[in-house]
Write a new protein. Sequence first.
Length: 295
Amino acid sequence: MRNLREALKTREALAPDPDAVLAGAHGRIRRRRAQRRIAGAAAAVAVVIAGAGAGMTVLRPSNEPESIEAAAGATDLPVPAPALPFTVGELPSGFELSSWTVSGSAASGRYNGYYGNYLEISVGDFPDADVGESGIVTDLAGGGTQAKVRIAPDRVVSVLTKTWQIPDINMLQIARSVRLVPTPVHSMLRSLRAPAGLTVRQWSGDARYEYLTLCPHEVPAQSPARSDGRCYNVSVNGPVPPTTTRATTTTDVPAPMVGVKTVRRILDGGKVLMVDTEQGQQAVVEAIAASAVAG
């Protein structure tokens, strides 16, 4: 027993310092806890990244294209060239088409003559039950004459003038000479493309200005297309005279309303193109504008 006490007393000096042992133990514990936190954070980050990728796919609106390239890829359908859906067989000498409008099943053309005289010829489903194939002629208040003739069960021709009193028989002859044969009209655009879901609801033009409206199928056909925010409006303004600055050219183009998505381009020949929409997609606006080629 005495030998055991002496041996323990001899080895007491070799025992490690308790404070140092505790400090080392606490240090190892802190390191292990830090390592576990880092590993847990890395795993959480991996989960978040995976979840974010899935969330972006789920939360992305189905009607929003991923990029302009995606929208442009959907614009492979050319917009049909404008044409009046009728042909006038007899016009007074010197009268030529100066402006036109096509809107659904209705269309009209203005034919200018000498000394400010003009004719407005329209074809549509006018609510005139008393108009027959023989036609009627009406004197307008304030001067002018209008002749109407039914050329099909659902089509009535109207010929109107306010500046020159053409004999009634000639007005009726003009109306009766109208046939439902398309007449191509000059467009300031040689090419224009739009997504397959858009159709032309209205197209108007003259020598210096063009305006067309493209609407999705869900927009009612009978509603005023221009006032529906889901539609896309395309306007082309003709080149200005050489003496006029480009700044003046921009004033000729209607300024879009606040909040409207719009793109403006200068086409070949100095023509100014503007595409805008209120509730449509900016990517589609850009794709339509990029596809336009001046005529």
